[in-house]
Design a protein around this ligand. Structure first.
Ligand code: HSE
Length: 430
């Protein structure tokens, strides 16, 4: 029997989920791997706080160095979240010869290249399965079972909190703020949920996926990103009438030597497999040139599903320590391709306007759109939902256009006196 010792930095939702996963399954892991995986120290700056689980308090330490410099610790598990001080702690741990497991997508998206290089130089493993898709083993799949493929596309629901909110707004007409509180209470949300609801968390995850499948380093702040804070019941209901749901989607596509990508809410046909991914579940659809289309589905947030991925990485490192395998020292993150990153490509769009209810207005709008090369796939005018100022909603689904051309056309249309407002512009996923 081999004993492998780990120290955990941070004991919030993911930290407690990791501890509980190991508590639940330590015996089983020992039986199947012959490895006794132990958590010997936990960095906990607030030991007085009730974490809702029984942890032997003697493992708590308040000084990070006592973990990252402990000669008896083999693996440092970073579960603090946020870019700093997490990046510095991971870098120091690596320099001290520790293998590192992290769930931290923000730190990886910002500093993955530096951390990966440091890990390679110091002959240690950097593993981060829990950083994308919670319990879904997408990183293992992409970097192992699917290595035989050249990938052309990834499309996914990558945030449990926002998917939970959109599901409850769609299926039960619940209010955004109430559902956000529920998601926080269930331990899905980040410490500051702004990063969930504004799409930043998803942009971080997409940046990591693009490194894995395309070998590009696209900083999350350069990914066109929009969250769900502007999504309201009116648009959810219109989407339903068009046979669609609204989901927060991450999309990246390789076209020739270019990569397009974006993170934004989108209407998606109810028959698309991603439309039935509900609550805190995530799903990641990938297209490879050998495997063709493949989709991964599972819980993308929550202490235990995320703990499952963290402990999986710890076991995989422990096994490699046990058999002293050089293969798994190979970097997972890649930044070696010449693909050019070009931002958001052409898409179909859903647009809701409020306009005066007079003859000729629809014709005027459609001929302006025509001048910009924008065609109309569907249109709906609902006089039952007349606004207080007597204007009526005009709702369109346009054929493919670029966002820049659409914005120019809408700017021109907005200047007409009969247009009261452009109320919504949402991408349509085909
Ligand atoms: N806050 C994230 C989510 C947790 O809601 O998906 C997993 O990264």
């Amino acid at each position: 029997m081999k004993t492998v010792n780990a120290g955990i930095l941070g004991i919030g939702n993911v930290g407690t989920g990791t501890y509980r996963t190991l508590q639940l399954n330590r015996e089983k892991i020992l039986e199947s791997t012959g490895i006794d995986l132990r958590i010997t120290k936990i960095l906990n700056r607030h030991p007085e706080k009730d974490r809702g689980i029984a942890i032997d308090k003697s493992v708590y330490v308040q000084d990070v160095d006592s973990i990252i410099k402990d000669p008896n610790i083999d693996i440092v598990v970073e579960l603090i979240g946020g870019i700093e001080p997490a990046t510095t702690y991971m870098a120091e741990a690596i320099k001290n010869g520790k293998h590192v497991v992290t769930a931290n997508k923000a730190a990886l998206a910002a500093n993955g290249e530096m951390l990966q290089k440091l890990a390679t130089e110091n002959h240690v493993m950097l593993r981060f399965e829990a950083s994308v898709g919670g319990g879904i083993p997408i990183i293992n799949a992409l970097t192992s079972a699917l290595l035989s493929n050249d990938f052309t596309e990834v499309l996914g629901i990558l945030n449990g909190t926002t998917n939970y909110i959109l599901t409850k707004m769609t299926d039960f007409q619940q209010k955004y703020a109430d559902v956000l509180k529920e998601a926080q209470a269930k331990g899905f949300a980040e410490a500051d949920p702004t990063s969930d609801v504004e799409g930043i968390d998803v942009a971080n995850k997409l940046s990591i996926l693009m490194s894995l499948i395309f070998g590009v380093n696209v900083p999350p702040e350069e990914i066109p990103t929009q969250g769900i804070t502007n999504i309201n019941q009116v648009d959810i209901d219109y989407a339903n009438r068009f046979g669609c749901k609204i989901k927060l989607l991450a999309a990246a596509k390789k076209i020739g030597d270019k990569v397009e990508c974006d993170v934004q809410p989108a209407l998606i046909d109810v028959n698309h497999p991603l439309a039935s991914v509900n609550n805190e579940f995530n799903a990641i659809f990938v297209r490879g040139n050998a495997v063709d289309d493949i989709m991964f589905y599972g819980k993308g947030a929550g202490p235990l599903p995320t703990g499952s991925a963290v402990v999986g990485d710890m076991i995989s490192i422990a096994r490699n320590i046990d058999k002293d395998s050089a293969y798994d020292m190979k970097p997972l993150l890649r930044y070696d391709s010449d693909l050019e990153y070009v931002g958001e490509g052409v898409n179909q769009y859903y647009v809701r306007l409020s306009v005066d209810d007079r003859p000729g207005i629809l014709g005027n709008i459609s001929s302006t759109l025509g001048r910009y090369g924008i065609g109309i796939e569907s249109m709906m005018q609902s006089i039952q939902s007349r606004n207080e100022d007597e204007s009526v909603p005009l709702v369109f689904i346009f054929y493919e256009t670029s966002r820049e051309v659409l914005d120019e056309a809408l700017q021109e249309i907005t200047n007409r006196s009969f247009v009261k407002s452009v109320d919504s512009v949402i991408r349509v996923q085909k």
